[in-house]
Design a binder for this molecule. Sequence first.
Ligand code: AHR
Length: 502
Amino acid sequence: MARLVINEGNKVSRIEPEIYGHFSEHLGRCIYEGIFVGENSDIPNVNGMRTDVVEALKELKIPMLRWPGGCFADEYHWKDGIGPKENRKKMINTHWGGVVEDNSFGTHEFMELCRQLGCKTYINGNLGSGTVQEMSEWVEYMTFNGVSPMADLRAKNGHEEPWTVDYFGVGNENWGCGGNMTPQHYGNEYRRYQTYIRNYDQNKPVKKVCCGANVADYFWTEGVLETCFDHCPDFLHGFMDYLSLHYYVHPEGWDIKGSATDFNEEVWYKTLNKALYMDTLVSRHGAIMDQYDPEKKIGMCVDEWGAWYTCEPGTNPGFLYQQNTVRDALVAGITLNIFNKHSDRVKMAALAQMVNVLQSVLLTEGDKMIKTPTYHVMHMYRHHQGAELLESALTGVEEIGINEWKVPKLTESVSMDENGVITITMNNLSVEDAEEVEVILLEKGYHVVEAKIVTEEDFHAHNTFDAPEVVVEKDFQLYKLTDTGLLLTMPKNSVVEIRLAK
Ligand code: AHR
């Protein structure tokens, strides 16, 4: 039997809500069809945004949404996406399927989407192929309140009031699709571009995200930070608020990736082993950040994470459309527990991507929409948003797996919200066995206010448009209160959430 010991007397760090953020790129059917269908669509919508999708996303309490990319961001010219739709330029989306992008979803539409979702805005700027002036004017267009060329243009396009840009990414993957730069070159470009991202409203500063590393590229982290902090008097004045990190789980490697639904037990463990690698990445990049920023003023922002499989048979390979099984529920549960545990450094993250692309929370087909197993995990974990991480530790956890693909049988994280309610999220990574867990708390007298589970006997189980509720969040009953806490049974391949209050 494993044991989870919780010290609710020790609040370790705040779990910023933005760790539960999302990413929406002009890629495949994410924006078009998945979110935006236009005002004249037969699919129910409000100002062009699908009502079913917006309602489902609101239940997740989405804190922040990143847009317009991704690789798309460094080829996006924002002025193509404003003004009367019939005049908007059409372009080829060279990165993603070579399809025509008609720019009917632009800045105004993104801001309307975030208004409907009630979430913060994260705009990713174009450093790779755009100019400093273009980036600077975009920020002016969105946030300046007064008389200026860009504020006047915004008003002419129907939006008198400025919007709030909470986060601004200064380029995306500039080590790759964003310009193939060296860390030193990007570091210098970052210094220059960020200078012209003005805070027009001092009460709502635009927080800047510097492009961080791909996976284990520690030379990038070191090189960018060394270049940026060579001599930077502005450091404490909003020079860099976040440094990003991108990491995708490819079960069979980048070239082959592997099927989303057809895999054996060894690939199950391989996938989860790779998901657990996030812990190493966050720790090691974090250790480099500590050298430059020991007080942890710069947040790590894992603004692209998730499983990336071979796209579904018969779909456009450039659209990255994939199914989502119980295995993805575990990838999400494991990763979010890691972020919670590192919430002293990880301050923001974005699952890639929100609808119809990679590890999505929602899939659509025509007027139909389904929630994926990942959706249900995000829904259970929403209670961690804004709560305080509690000190907690597992003992007696077996190492399991096949061949070199070893994983601990259980992972967990625990938080306490402002009302003193404790949320425990735990995963059983085994495809074979359940596990008994004794949960021990410092204090007595708790009762269970909510207990939920996402699991299925068959680890390939997933939802389809014909059978949308195969894997859903269900009530969890395999627990009993004890003198010292709880005794529970974690079924195999399961993600469990339990909430306790006095
Ligand atoms: O999410 C898909 C792509 O993955 C993004 O456009 C890019 O930033 C990353 O390589």
